[in-house]
Design a protein around this ligand. Structure first.
Ligand code: 9MR
Length: 383
């Protein structure tokens, strides 16, 4: 009996909690030092990652993994729930129900570790990403009033539930990359497209006055993104003309291979056009956030050495360019460990082998991509 408290205190001295998961011995973890969070902080930036809350249905299972949680703790100054704030998760059960339980797990973890939180997303303005019930929802005799009330309530509830958010992706991916037009949804069918988007930002500003408000999209620097970039600039210009309250453009930064089945290698970066795009956005007064960084290595050779080196070099060029803009304020990875990346589930490699798009490999070891991010943060001007 006497030895029991000794065991506990040793465990406590090692910083291990009493939770069942912590009883399992984990191999020594070697997150490099200084952390990415501190390298970013030195430059007036914040670094962090998205993470999924746990294995339910199609939702990413990464948060159950104690080693991943350790990496998040060691490296990140801010966390983003990967899917847990989306309409189809929060409002899965129907028009009246809000389920914050999954996102709360991540919020609680961030709070316990002194990390900030950022919100993704209040309005993924794309018909595919709403809960099924909304398609047949009866908006009644005054559909405008009802649709406005539903959208407003949604944004207010989420902002009030998470007053700690440092930034919110208020609207996500509403520009169609095929022609640069704005997508239609249940809401825009009733309220109008501009009206819907403006309503979202005005409501968010009132409900989250301290948060950075963001339009987030995946237009990228590779060839083939021209119409997408054009459409986003048109949208941003319209927001400014109408006085819609937006602080930043979220550049998702899913860089690398074109997201298509036939592709090999990396896409061809259009550096000059990309700078022109960023100049236009910052010229309108928008800050820039790198919101979903990863490198799609689908078409590269299997060997880890040259593959990881190519990924790191490609990323370093991109991040150096992005961080040369003092308007760039946040850097978010879309996942920290390869096996949990969304890219494992689509656009498979021809050899069906796993991809290596994130900063840490499946043994929780830092990869050259992690060093590229660290080097880019070190090289970035202070802002
Ligand atoms: O990584 C996310 C994946 O787990 C989800 O299944 C998917 C659909 O909700 O969304 C992924 O994240 C996307 C993000 O929300 C918006 N930009 C593109 C991201 C990758 O598809």
């Amino acid at each position: 009996m006497r030895s029991f408290p000794t065991v506990l205190s040793r465990r406590a001295a090692l910083g291990l909690g009493a939770a069942a998961g912590a009883m399992t011995a984990l191999p020594a973890l070697a997150a490099p030092s200084p952390s990415l969070a501190s390298l970013a902080r030195d430059k007036g930036l914040i670094f962090g990652s998205a993470v999924g809350a746990g294995p339910v249905g199609s939702l990413t299972g990464s948060f159950e993994d104690a080693r991943l949680r350790q990496i998040l703790k060691d490296e990140c100054g801010v966390l983003v729930p990967e899917n847990e704030l989306k309409w189809y998760v929060i409002r899965a059960a129907g028009p009246q129900a809000f389920d914050f339980s999954r996102a709360d797990r991540i919020a609680d973890f961030a709070k316990a570790n002194g990390q900030a939180l950022r919100g993704h997303t209040l309005l993924w303005h794309h018909p595919q990403w709403f809960p099924a019930w909304i398609k047949t929802h009866d908006f009644g005799p005054q559909p405008k009033v009802a649709a406005e009330a539903m959208l407003t309530e949604h944004i207010q509830k989420l902002c009030q539930h998470y007053p700690q958010m440092i930034s919110w992706d208020v609207v996500n991916e509403t520009v169609d990359p095929a022609d640069g037009s704005v997508r239609n949804t249940v809401f825009s069918d009733i309220l109008g497209r501009e009206q819907t988007l403006d309503l979202a930002f005005h409501t968010a500003r009132a409900a989250a006055p301290k948060a950075r408000l963001v339009y987030n999209d995946y237009m990228s620097w590779e060839v083939g993104n021209e119409k997408h970039r054009y459409g986003v600039l048109k949208l941003l210009e319209g927001f400014r003309k109408r006085g819609t309250p937006i602080d930043a453009l979220g550049v998702q930064a899913h860089i690398g291979a074109e997201n298509a089945d036939s592709f090999t290698g990396f896409g061809k970066p259009q550096e000059q056009e990309w700078r022109a795009f960023l100049d236009e956005a910052t010229g309108m007064g928008y800050d820039l956030l790198i919101t979903e960084f990863d490198v799609h290595d689908k078409g590269l050779i299997l060997d880890f050495g040259p593959r990881d080196a190519a990924v790191a070099a490609y990323a370093k060029g991109y991040l150096d360019l992005m961080l040369s803009y003092r308007q760039a304020k946040e850097v978010l990875a879309w996942g920290m460990v390869d096996k949990y990346s969304w890219l494992q589930n689509q656009w498979l490699r021809e050899d069906k082998k796993p991809k290596r798009p994130t900063l840490y490999d499946d043994n929780y070891q830092a990869k050259p991509l992690r060093e590229a991010v660290a080097a880019a943060l070190k090289a970035a001007p202070v802002r």
